[in-house]
Design a protein around this ligand. Structure first.
Ligand code: PLP
Length: 401
């Protein structure tokens, strides 16, 4: 317990789940928290700070331009709105009413996921393609690029691609059919960091827009994200999320995002207004990004995590009715963790029961629940701090004695 949480009368938890939104993300590096506090002391022009963010992120991603959003889901909403409206302020003002506009977003059926709600929020209709036989077990195939090509019509605004290590078809093949049809590809790469090389990968492979979460592995504020890509699309996204309550004469957009002559006048507050990032989030995200790509900061963090995972493994390995292994966190291959497999019969309880007891105990411990079907409980080192391994082990031996 400390400070603000004590004042609010709420408890802190031990986060062995990793930087998930449900458990408030991760712990900010002191440099990131300091940058946010520093940013909070002065006011700035939001176009100017987003313009500077664009230059810095463009440098790290290879994209033409970028903005900081309130998260990757915000990036999906803004990216979709940009693909639908382009730089036409009349269309921007009408969204989510898309009558008379291109408003279909084509995606492989196996890429459907609960974050694509953000795409539909902009007014787009999803067009699902292919059958994921490899997941149903009935066959070996998934959607293929020719099927995506065949689904493109004059109503297609974009192709949505969910980047995951096992995503099919390959992004390069999707980009090929998209470019042939003149349709932009929007990549949801929210959780594809680390490795840091992935900051460039999807742009290199030809994506028109890519969105990343700022509050996951980058280590930025929980409500931050990145939308990067082609300048005209990013400019549209910026116009649909930044505050435009000013006269056109007053507006001084940064050339890194948009030339004033690109549009006839300013749109109203747009469909993306709820996606706004504050100066504190922008400062925090840019600082986290700088640390994320710096080899020494990366190495330091990796050493701390490896030591915490090792300590946790050593403390847990004798727990009765379990088998423990030091393995990567199940969502983030680069981050070490501990996986504990329970002999549910001998223990007299299921993995889900143990996860619930951990969660409902004191201290409240949140573990990775993604593999309960294998009687397995995961502990990620991503957000652990000194003292947590011992506290987790003490609680586990109480629950399984
Ligand atoms: C986490 C995640 C998002 C949402 O990211 P936020 O930054 O929390 O908005 C979107 N898509 C995928 C695949 C994710 O894993």
């Amino acid at each position: 317990m400390s400070g603000i949480y004590e004042q609010l009368g709420i408890r802190t938890i031990i986060n062995a789940k990793g930087a998930s939104t449900r458990v408030s993300g991760g712990i900010l590096a002191p440099e990131v928290a300091d940058a946010m506090r520093d940013a909070s002391r002065h006011c700035v022009d939001m176009w100017e700070i987003q313009g500077r963010a664009s230059e810095i992120i463009a440098n790290l991603t290879g994209a033409e331009a970028a903005i900081v959003t309130s998260g990757a889901a915000a990036g999906l909403l803004l990216g979709t709105a940009a693909c639908i409206a382009g730089l036409d302020p009349t269309k921007m003002n009408r969204l989510p009413d898309t009558s008379g506009m291109k408003d279909q977003v084509v995606m492989a059926r196996s890429h459907r996921n609960f974050y694509d709600h953000a795409v539909r929020t902009a007014g787009a209709k999803l067009v699902e393609v292919g059958i994921a036989d490899r997941f149903s077990g009935a066959g070996v195939r998934d959607a293929e690029a020719w099927e995506i090509a065949a689904a493109i019509t004059e109503k297609t605004a974009a192709i949505l691609y969910l980047a995951q290590p096992n995503s099919r078809p390959a992004l390069g093949q999707v980009v090929k059919v998209a470019q042939a049809a003149g349709v932009p590809v929007l990549v949801d790469a929210a959780s594809q960091l680390p490795p840091a090389e992935n900051l460039r990968r999807f742009i290199d492979e030809g994506a028109d827009l890519v969105t990343f979460s700022g509050g996951k592995a980058i280590g930025g504020p929980q409500s931050s994200g990145i939308l990067c890509g082609r300048r005209e699309l990013v400019a549209s996204a910026a116009l649909q999320c930044l505050d435009q309550d000013l006269f056109f004469e007053q507006w001084n957009p940064p050339p890194s995002l948009i030339e004033k002559s690109d549009i006839p006048g300013l749109p109203h507050h747009g469909i993306g207004r709820p996606c706004k990032a504050g100066k504190e989030e922008i400062a925090g995200l840019l600082t986290a990004l700088r640390l994320f790509v710096a080899d020494d900061a990366q190495a330091r963090r990796q050493t701390v995590r490896a030591a915490l995972a090792r300590e946790l493994y050593d403390a847990l390995k004798e727990t009765p009715h379990t088998q423990c292994a030091l393995v990567p966190d199940s969502y983030r291959p680069g981050i070490p963790g501990v996986r504990m497999t329970l002999d549910e019969t001998a223990a007299g309880k299921t993995a889900l029961q143990v996860i619930l007891e951990l969660q409902n105990g004191d201290p409240s411990i949140h573990a990775d629940n993604s593999r309960i079907a294998d009687a397995s409980i995961g502990f990620s080192s991503m957000c652990l701090e000194a003292g947590h391994p011992a506290a987790i082990a003490a609680r586990m031996s109480e629950l399984l004695k």
